[in-house]
Ligand binder design. Structure first.
Ligand code: PRP
Length: 277
């Protein structure tokens, strides 16, 4: 059975849904009332786009309510893992935020926790009983839109291992390795390298987990164009796009999923997770 905490997000279409009402108390506390007309002996999968501490609060009270209804087996599907990029302490005084979220979820003693395309190996390492759903079928769906005659672009060393697995899944689509550097003091992006001399007009698809402000991809696109890239496409599993799509107008197509939020308009092509999981 499925309990979709976000009414706009229902990735598992074929399962029977548990009904509930959720609201926020005047003091700001999330609350839920779950309709008791379901078989508590069955496994319940909660789905949630867990993007903030408020979402986490609703999840915590939901798990508590289910436990009090005697539900023994609870799975969780949170496609975007919050703070997954805060997976190391860069400067003393900063938190290891990904562990804060993981510890809270671990305390719920869930049967399985599913995450879509985790930022790094730190998330599943910290999260008990976790399964990372890879981005393979997402990228396959992107290629169904733009064609197979592209090179896959890995923006940095951290993404390399994943992109070679994507390439293998797709039957050996060629990978171009790139790297990015940051200013040690400010943490700001300072440069990109593309480890191929001439892209000879080939179309390029950048594959990454998250687009936030987009600086990574705009900078990389400039370097790819300097190396004679043809059309440029961007695919990110989790679209935050906090600076909008104007900044990304160097791309001939942008693809993402609905793991983080929904999108309106045609600036981005969204491949829903219901088609991928
Ligand atoms: O859209 P932007 O604002 O440019 O951010 C997107 C980039 O941020 C994340 O990597 P991050 O730089 O955090 O990776 P790291 O773990 O290698 O530092 C993500 O994997 C993208 O590469």
């Amino acid at each position: 059975m499925i309990l979709n905490l976000d009414p706009k997000f229902a990735p598992f279409q074929n399962q029977e849904e548990i009904k509930f009402q959720s609201f926020t108390f005047s003091g700001g506390e999330p609350h839920i009332k779950i309709a008791p007309d379901f078989d508590a002996n069955r496994k319940v999968t909660i789905t949630h786009r867990l993007n903030s501490f408020n979402d986490l609060g609703l999840l915590c009270v939901t798990v508590d309510a289910l436990r009090r209804m005697d539900v023994k087996i609870i799975d969780l599907f949170i496609p975007y893992f919050p703070a997954a990029r805060q997976d190391r302490v860069m400067i003393p005084g900063e938190p290891l935020s990904v562990k804060v979220y993981a510890d809270i979820i671990n305390a719920m003693q869930l049967n399985k926790v599913f995450v879509f395309d985790a930022h790094s190996e730190v998330t599943p390492a910290l999260l008990n009983n976790s399964t990372v759903i890879p981005n393979y079928t997402f990228i396959k769906a992107v290629l169904e839109n733009i064609g197979n005659d592209v090179k896959l672009i890995s923006p940095d060393g951290g993404a390399l291992k994943k992109i070679y697995k994507v390439s293998e899944f797709l039957g050996g689509v060629e990978v171009v390795e790139c790297s990015k550097s940051r200013d040690v003091k400010t943490g700001k992006l300072s440069g990109f390298k593309v480890y191929e001399d001439d892209l000879q007009g080939m179309d390029c698809l950048i594959v990454d987990d998250i687009c936030d402000g987009g600086g990574t991809f705009v900078g990389l696109a400039e370097e790819l164009k300097k190396k004679n890239a043809g059309k440029l496409y961007l695919s990110v599993s989790h679209g935050i796009f906090n600076k909008g799509f104007e900044v990304l107008n160097c791309f001939d197509g942008i693809f993402t999923t609905n793991s983080f939020k929904d999108f309106e308009g045609d600036s981005v092509q969204v491949i829903g997770l219901d088609q991928l999981v």
